[in-house]
Ligand binder design. Structure first.
Ligand SMILES: Nc1ncnc2c1ncn2[C@@H]1O[C@H](COP(=O)(O)OP(=O)(O)OP(=O)(O)O)[C@@H](O)[C@H]1O
Length: 604
């Protein structure tokens, strides 16, 4: 098992490549650190810091109040008391630049706050939930974006008065759609990621999933957008003041530009100071946006999933709740699943499936692609894709009827009674969080443990799935571990609340042959030691022969044959099972019934 661990060098662990990526040493973490390591990022951050400090500390460093004037000193050049000289009304230019910065930057900040408050939550909600809110929000955003901003601002001034702060609020509303579109687009993409489904399957609520997995993805682009929109807001505000649309009496960089322009023939230097302040601030913001983008791009690529199972289960239309006593841990009777078609009809994809899993046994659900295995498993877990629903039948998990269960009850069932091990281990781990953090989240949620207790439990789980050096693994990110380890982590996650039933959907498909055998051994050991019932969804008869006690063969949405593995694989009765067996090209003997590694070595 240790063979599939990533190698370690003095420079740090050599990481398993992300899908489609290549191995690389662990990079220092922290977007801020990466921004500051970039010379442009460091320069722009320093510049912004100086500007912000200067305007915030204006009352301490400005020689006089921004409105204090002495007409006798009008147009005076620089002097010891007034380093930048005086303007046309005999006011100190340095004081006006510093105080003007407060109003200009404060106004931009107000516009930005309004835009963020309107655009980000609505974009999150529309992207994650879709539906009518998404349609209405998109329609509204298109409408706002179609409005000519300058005309709206001029009209607002005429209606609401020449107050620069009110104009900034209007500007915030006009800019909000840019945040909405950005966030909505990203969230709609992330919603389909397997690690988001995995979080759902682990029983986390939508609010927790958004706060944890979705916000972390959108925060980078939002930071970049904030830098760009700040620049635009500052420039627009200055433009309005320059045109004389602002309040006039308030010191702003735009108002200073206006005044300087009127006196450009007499003292051209007047235009330099507000122009420099505006230029430097905008330059720093643009450079900062570029540095943040570069820092984010430097991060490990986010693996994209091929399969998408986006939405939770729908209800039951007609559930035959036959109350026959059953000892099985999982008992499925007459299960039918259908998808709504655009023409209003239903397309049935699973037609009356019967299936039992008893405690302490592994049941293989086998069949070729499209035979309905995953639909059956998803129905049990209550995670059928959008449009799919259980139309008939009953699903009893540990005596509890799961068909027609509310989403809330299904979440509790998934978290505590039934664990789920997906295929594609890498895609089911969020690249933004450490392994420890991802294991601890559902544990804390379901078991109400403290952070410390959850960390101890996570450690125990990693030991349970035989991950060497579990303390170190807890601190690693998904791109720093191999596919085999990632699958062990997912099995650990599925075991976190000590479930009685484990549903494993093609858990070894994405792994190489040696790691496949190790993962199957692990499942077999957990089943033996814990008396787990396991439903193993697979298309691989070798896997069935290797670990399953019983097997059900599925074809075109129906179970065509079921029985003990020996029976079904040894004397298949159904022609479809015989075809499946005949199609197994690899005629190498399968391993003997499960033995632990030591026993196998001893018998070898
Ligand atoms: N979202 C959907 N809308 C309509 N039909 C669907 C949808 N998802 C699956 N189906 C149909 O359900 C049937 C069974 O699919 P299912 O995913 O259960 O197959 P499977 O046996 O698990 O195959 P695989 O191993 O390739 O996943 C297929 O005919 C498929 O076309």
């Amino acid at each position: 098992m240790s063979e599939n661990l990533p190698a370690t060098t003095a420079a740090g662990p050599i990481v398993a490549p992300p899908p489609g990526g290549r191995a690389s040493p662990v990079r220092p973490r922290g977007t801020l650190r990466r921004v500051l390591r970039n010379p442009l990022g460091a320069i722009s951050a320093a510049l912004l810091l100086i500007i912000v400090l200067a305007v915030v500390l204006a009352p301490l460093i400005a020689p006089q109040a921004p409105g204090a004037s002495s007409l006798a000193d009008a147009f005076n050049g620089p002097s010891a008391g007034h380093p930048l000289g005086m303007d046309s009304a005999g006011r100190d230019i340095l004081s006006r630049v510093l105080y003007g910065g407060r109003n200009t930057l404060g106004g931009a900040l107000l516009a930005l706050a309004i835009a963020l408050a309107l655009g980000v939550p609505s974009g999150l909600f529309a992207g994650y939930c879709g539906g009518w809110f998404d349609s209405v929000a998109n329609w509204t955003v298109n409408l706002v974006m179609a409005l000519p901003a300058m005309v709206v601002l001029l009209a607002s001034r005429a209606i609401l008065g020449p107050n620069v702060w009110v104009l900034m609020i209007v500007l915030g509303v006009l800019v909000a759609p840019s945040f909405f579109r950005l966030v909505r687009g990203i969230v709609a993409n992330v919603r389909g990621e397997l690690y988001v489904d995995a979080a759902k399957v682990s029983g986390l609520s939508d609010a927790r999933i958004v706060a944890r997995h979705v916000l972390t993805v959108v925060r980078g682009p939002i930071i970049i957008q904030v830098a760009l929109v700040s620049g635009i807001a500052i420039a627009l505000q200055a433009g309005l003041e320059f045109l004389g649309v602002g309040s006039g009496s308030t010191a702003t960089w735009g108002a200073m530009l206006n005044e300087a322009f009127q006196n450009i023939q007499r003292v051209p230097m007047l235009i330099l100071w507000p122009g420099l302040a505006l230029g430097l601030t905008n330059c720093a913001l643009v450079l900062m946006a570029g540095a943040v983008r570069d820092a984010l791009e430097e991060q490990a690529p986010r693996p994209r999933s091929a399969r998408r199972y986006p939405a939770p289960a729908a209800g039951v239309e007609e559930t035959a709740r036959t109350q026959t006593p059953r000892a099985a841990l999982l008992s499925v009777r007459g299960l039918a699943v259908a998808y709504a078609q655009p023409d209003g009809t239903d397309k049935e994809v699973v037609h009356g499936v019967d299936l039992d899993v008893h405690p302490g046994e592994i049941v293989g659900l086998v069949g070729e692609s499209g035979s309905g295995k995953s639909q059956t498993a998803f129905s049990i877990l209550g995670i059928l894709p959008q449009g799919g629903r259980v139309t008939r039948g009953s699903i009893t998990v540990n005596g509890q009827e799961a068909a027609g269960m509310s989403e809330r009850d299904h979440r509790a069932l998934r978290g505590r009674t039934a664990g789920y091990v997906p295929q594609e281990p890498m895609s089911n781990l969020d690249p933004a969080f450490t392994i420890g953090s991802q294991l601890m989240e559902p544990i804390r949620h379901h078991l109400g443990l403290s952070r410390k207790e959850a960390a101890a439990r996570a450690l125990e789980l990693l030991r349970l799935v035989e991950i060497p050096d579990p303390e170190r693994t807890l601190r690693l990110y998904p791109h720093e571990i191999s596919g085999g380890m990632a699958q062990r982590v997912l099995i650990a996650g599925a075991m976190s609340c000590d479930p009685e039933l484990l549903i494993a959907d093609e858990p070894t498909t994405a792994l190489d042959v040696r790691v496949q055998a190790e993962v199957l051994d692990l499942l077999r050991r957990l089943q033996k030691e814990r008396g787990l019932g396991v439903l193993l969804v697979t298309h691989n008869l070798g896997v069935v022969a290797d670990v399953c006690d019983r097997v059900a063969v599925m074809n075109s949405g129906r179970i065509v044959e079921s029985g003990t593995t020996e029976q079904v694989l040894g004397q298949p009765e159904d022609p479809y099972t015989r075809t499946l067996l005949a199609a197994v090209l690899d005629d190498a003997p399968t391993r003997a019934p499960w033995q632990n590694r030591a026993a196998r070595t001893a018998t070898a």
